[in-house]
Design a protein around this ligand. Sequence first.
Ligand SMILES: *Cc1c(COP(=O)(O)O)cnc(C)c1O
Length: 362
Amino acid sequence: MIDLNDLANPHLRGIAVYEPGKPIEDVAREHGLDPDSIIKLASNENPLGPSPKAIEAMRRAVEKAQLYPDGNCYHLRHALARHLGVDFHEIIIGNGSNEIIEFLGHAFLGPDDEVITARHAFAIYPIMTMLLGAKTIEVPDPGFVHDLPAMARAVTPKTKLFFIANPNNPTGTAVTEQTLFDVVASLPPRVIVVIDEAYYEFMPEPPRTLELVRRHPNVILMRTFSKIQGLAGLRIGYGIAQESLISILHKTRQPFNVNSIAQAGALAALADENHQRKTREVTWEGLQFLAEEFKKMGLEFVPSQANFIMVKVGEDGAGYRVFRELMKRGIIIRDPVALEKAGQCRTLIFDKTGTLTYGKPE
Ligand SMILES: *Cc1c(COP(=O)(O)O)cnc(C)c1O
């Protein structure tokens, strides 16, 4: 018998399929619960749902679904350019900002190349890196905060991409604007710096990262309509960089990568400032509530600048037990420890002494 794995791209062997937050329908089925009673906290979705204006725009767009979408995303890119004060050519739209990560991989990574991330950074970076046969260098992040100077020291002649998730998922932490500016300026211009700002709009004091794009042709920002706009189901996000970088990424995308309904919904959502403000308010209120309750319960947690919070509920599988018990009650959370142990990605780990070790995360 032929083992199809032998035919598949050898880079795929080490890859475990990304484990998303458990869908509401699955939990309802497995626990005999009413889907409408379930509270899903596991994927950082917007509790208010999409903007009513976006819903209306999407309804209208559905009527024209026989037509291919505008592959150039003309209206949305112009609206974003106006909104951000950048040029139309400095924006690329992706099928989720996750697709922008993939564009970067296709554009810059090959076997033997290296990608730098923080130890507890967003799980998609190492998966995409492996997919392209490149290596992830994970740099320890004391206190769950990206150690940007240590990450900069991990740069080698093979480094192609340098990921900064700010705020990071799943930790909710962010680096200071000053550190960000200093470290980005110190990196060699041949290293592409990817600042993932999926939660930018939730930050009490967001860093002026558009200024970094203006100064450095090797910097790209990634933002998304999935979180602040509540449009995760549409799959739409964007990258902001100087035209020289954006024009390379356009070559790597499918001609119609963003569907017409997503473009219409995003365009309308962008204009609905009121919905974004309400989302921020309800999020900050929720974060404050959780932080206060965790304190009363004596639980350690990591203060969050995003729309979720990481809390330590105990040792040795306590997270998994809490996850199971909450699920029975119709509340879906993530157990990051279990996810990490299930742990997919073979990575290179760059420790404090500057040594590289190859292996699974501990
Ligand atoms: C949610 C999230 C994204 C957004 O992904 P989309 O593909 O735009 O839905 C990107 N980066 C991080 C760190 C995230 O948590």
